[in-house]
Design a binder for this molecule. Structure first.
Ligand SMILES: Nc1ncnc2c1ncn2[C@@H]1O[C@H](COP(=O)(O)OP(=O)(O)O)[C@@H](O)[C@H]1O
Ligand SMILES: [Mg+2]
Length: 376
């Protein structure tokens, strides 16, 4: 077992500890890393950082040691190692409770992304506080009783229900109110599932069986469609090695037939979609891209007002049929699915490199996180 130790040397390599699931750990032990881990490891070689992965169980706070797994270039294998606490902590999966977060903070560990993750309700409240962004946030309410839902349907005929914590479209349901007190409910879990319910009782039953926990309700955005398929966008936004916010890539996603969500779909680069599919001129593409970039940077910085400075966000947003921009969801980390699908290797590699360059940047900083962090 190898040991990587931290020294106080100013020029030492930055160590980055990545929190992963037990499933990812088992895959690494079998020498079968996911594409995201392979890309992160390649970026690690380029950035000259020291990268290791671990699950929460492997932290020993009594000795300030983490039993992790790292890639050993001399054997070309993922191997177990004993590591000191990292300079920078990157949460790929799971979330940190406050006790562990505080312990790590006390030991001087910095966080690459939000250690707890974002909550959809908190994020919409944050964005509503910004005068430039509030009109781009769909009407959102907590749903604590069916009365709340009835009230929501007085404002709009299409409502999206979402869990507080997002995740790959699994907990998103679209409801469209039909004439005669009927409702059309649909969601996508491996395939499209649709329920047409004719009574309020049947409607309640459908929702109760879908959500075990609390959820929020959001007015449906009348999304732009192409050949009848819904279209929205996913932006990879990051802080780079100089600490500046950068829009690394914007993918356009086209949903599957009749699907209420665009997740698990076709993806295009921003430029190719607007140029080739929507037939924008080069000038129109670049003007619109600039507008979108400014919008995304504002969203990013506004979310940081609540969660503290972040190294990356996956921002879901869309155009409606009147060409108005809407914010759909902010993710505190990104699975980069659309990035891999739509973009060239150089853009993909750059997005992983940015993460580690930003890790080096924050590792060097003396002060704590710059912004207030209400939601940590
Ligand atoms: N208010 C809304 N109006 C229209 N479409 C929406 C709305 N909310 C979500 N969607 C669709 O559902 C998808 C998944 O919703 P999202 O909030 O991003 O949850 P998840 O965390 O599961 O990705 C979005 O990418 C979008 O296509
Ligand atoms: Mg999403």
């Amino acid at each position: 077992m190898s040991t990587l130790s931290s020294t106080t040397n100013k020029n030492k390599e930055t160590t980055v500890g990545v929190l992963i699931t037990r499933r990812t750990l088992r895959r690494l032990q079998k020498q079968k890393p996911s594409l995201n881990i392979i890309k992160l490891q390649e970026a690690n070689e380029k950035a000259k950082t020291k990268l290791y992965m671990f699950t929460l169980k492997e932290i020993d706070f009594n000795r300030d040691i983490i039993y992790g797994i790292y890639f050993n270039p001399s054997t070309n294998r993922w191997e177990k190692g004993k590591f000191s606490l990292p300079d920078v902590f990157y949460r790929r999966s799971g979330s940190l409770n406050q006790t562990i977060q505080r312990k790590l903070q006390k030991k001087g560990v910095k966080f690459l992304n939000s250690p707890k993750g974002f909550n959809n309700w908190e994020v919409s409240l944050l964005l509503l506080q910004n005068k430039d962004l509030c009109s781009h946030v769909p009407l959102t309410r907590k749903c604590q009783s069916f009365k709340d839902l009835t009230k929501m349907f007085k404002r709009t005929n299409t409502v999206y229900l979402k869990s507080y914590i997002g995740g790959r479209g699994k907990k998103v349901m679209r409801i469209i109110k039909q004439p005669n007190k009927a409702y059309h409910c649909s969601y996508f879990n491996k395939h499209l599932i649709e329920h047409r319910v004719n009574t309020f009782e049947a409607f309640q039953k459908t929702i109760r069986s879908f959500y075990k926990k609390e959820f929020i309700m959001q007015e449906g955005i009348d999304l732009l469609t192409v050949d009848g398929y819904l279209v929205d966008m996913r932006a990879e936004v990051q802080r780079n090695g100089n600490g500046n916010v950068e829009v690394t890539a914007i993918a356009v996603r086209r949903g599957k037939k009749n699907s209420p969500i665009t997740t698990h779909s076709e993806s295009y680069t921003f430029d190719s979609f607007y140029k080739n599919v929507l037939k924008y001129s080069d000038q129109q593409v670049s003007t619109f891209k600039e507008e979108v970039t400014q919008f995304l940077k504002k969203v990013y910085e506004q979310v940081e007002e609540g969660y503290g400075r972040c190294g990356e966000m996956g921002i879901d947003f869309a155009l409606d049929k009147n060409n108005k921009l809407w914010l759909i969801e902010c993710n505190s980390r990104s699975a980069k699915v659309s990035l891999h699908k739509a973009f060239d290797q150089q853009t993909v590699n750059q997005s992983f490199l940015n993460l580690l360059e930003y890790a080096k940047y924050i590792a060097k900083e003396k002060s704590e996180r710059k912004y207030a962090s209400h939601y940590q």
